[in-house]
Design a binder for this molecule. Structure first.
Ligand SMILES: NC(=O)c1ccc[n+]([C@@H]2O[C@H](COP(=O)([O-])OP(=O)(O)OC[C@H]3O[C@@H](n4cnc5c(N)ncnc54)[C@H](OP(=O)(O)O)[C@@H]3O)[C@@H](O)[C@H]2O)c1
Length: 327
């Protein structure tokens, strides 16, 4: 059993790459393994040309140097006033922060949270470059840490409240039916499902405050984006057999999808939107080097998609290009 995300396992042999290799080693040819992205990559030409042609109002370069993630194009639409991202020191979370800072116009406030801000070199570098980013400590499984960050955010956003909460932090444990244990199930459930609910609960007063100041539904007003995975789709179980090697992860994501549905139903009357997002199979520490997508390809698409969310999307399960993923 291999734990990665929270506890290492980076580089060759980790992530989905490790899974695929293990499947091949067991004698399953590539065609025999249900490859998660049979038809990918779909070229996100729709938006990318626009972003490139978008000029550079606001003094931001049209292409943002992406650090380890490579150059990234700017998404075209305003998203929201304030946005908080969990697990933003690397991977998709860091990509979202970079993409938001490159947006035109960018959010007033990008709240980049991570477990160890002092070690988050890329975030600290961005902090020196941009006025609208704050780097805050948040361990999503620590009640104390959640409480402290809510207070900090409250002081930062004031009466405007928090417009968008992105529950991105997550871990993966590779475990087949033979390997899975109650301990790994509970560890992953705690980080990938319970934490999202507890973090959301803690930020609800600030989301409600933002909702009171806006109209319609969407990230511009108040929203919760749960970063899920298509591996959590019950309907895709037969089609995506590769995910049978990550029992704890996929089951926790299925449960996270239920969190999304419950929040969407519960908070609709407050004007707070909630969706589950499948970000695509992306090259990160978790996604591994064999993932077909790169951060710089998907993040502008994700941000563009988030900016287009409206009431009809509340309670939906969407992929990085805004297409519906079956539950
Ligand atoms: N990459 C993919 O292909 C893919 C596909 C579908 C869904 N997703 C989902 O996308 C999200 C981000 O994945 P990723 O690929 O960016 O993974 P990653 O590169 O492994 O990054 C995971 C992030 O989560 C953080 N994290 C883990 N436990 C935490 C905790 N207790 N408190 C706060 N932060 C914590 C990590 O922080 P540390 O550095 O402190 O560990 C890191 O910033 C996850 O929810 C994942 O399930 C990813």
């Amino acid at each position: 059993m291999l734990l990665f995300g929270a506890a290492g396992g980076r580089g060759v042999g980790s992530g989905w790459a490790g899974l695929v290799r293990r499947a091949w080693l067991r004698g399953a040819p590539p065609g025999g393994v249900a490859w998660p992205f049979k038809n990918l990559p779909r070229v996100p030409a729709r938006g990318r040309r626009d972003w490139l042609a978008d000029g550079a109002p606001g003094g931001h370069p049209a292409i943002l140097p992406g650090g380890s993630g490579g150059a990234m194009t700017r998404p075209p639409l305003p998203l929201c006033g304030s946005i908080l991202i969990t697990g933003s020191n690397r991977g998709i979370g860091l990509g979202l922060v970079r993409g938001l800072l490159a947006a035109s116009p960018p959010p007033d406030l990008v709240l980049a949270t991570c477990r160890y801000p002092e070690k988050a070199q890329e975030l600290q570098q961005l902090r020196k470059q941009y006025d609208n980013i704050r780097v805050l400590q948040l361990d999503v499984v620590s009640e104390k840490s959640i409480k402290a960050v809510v207070k900090e955010v409250e002081d930062l956003v004031g009466e405007k409240g928090l417009n968008c909460l992105v529950n991105n932090a997550g871990i993966n444990v590779c475990a087949t039916l033979d390997e899975v244990t109650s301990e790994t199930m509970l560890t992953v459930y705690e980080t990938n499902t319970v934490a999202q609910l507890m973090v959301t609960k803690a930020f609800l007063p600030l989301l409600r405050k933002a909702a009171k100041n806006g109209t319609g539904m969407g990230c511009h007003r108040a929203s919760i984006i749960n970063v899920s995975s298509e591996s959590g789709s019950i309907q895709l179980v037969d089609a995506k057999k590769l995910y049978l090697q990550v029992y704890p992860y996929r089951i926790a994501k299925t449960a996270l999808n239920m969190v999304t549905k419950c929040l969407a139903a519960d908070l609709k009357s407050d004007g707070i939107l909630c969706i589950s997002l499948h970000p695509g199979w992306i090259q990160t520490d978790m996604g591994g080097e064999m993932a077909p997508l790169k951060i710089q390809d998907t993040i502008p698409e994700i941000l563009s998609m988030l900016a287009r969310l409206r009431e009809e999307h509340n309670g939906s399960f969407l992929d990085w290009q805004g297409e519906t993923v079956p539950w």
